[in-house]
Design a binder for this molecule. Structure first.
Ligand SMILES: [Zn+2]
Length: 51
């Protein structure tokens, strides 16, 4: 799936966000980052941890 072009709130450029997955304490976090300034556009939990 291709990420939509969006305007970066940090550097004010229209960019194609890159997807980065990081391991957090509460599971995997999927982040959308700006390729120009590396600012986080959006972040969400990828997998919910088992109860
Ligand atoms: Zn940016």
């Amino acid at each position: 799936m291709q990420a939509k072009e969006t305007k970066c709130p940090w550097c004010d450029e229209v960019i194609q966000p890159k997807e980065v997955t990081t391991e957090g304490k509460h599971g995997k976090i999927q982040e959308l980052r700006c390729p120009k300034c590396d600012g986080i556009i959006k972040a969400r939990l990828k997998d919910l941890p088992p109860i």
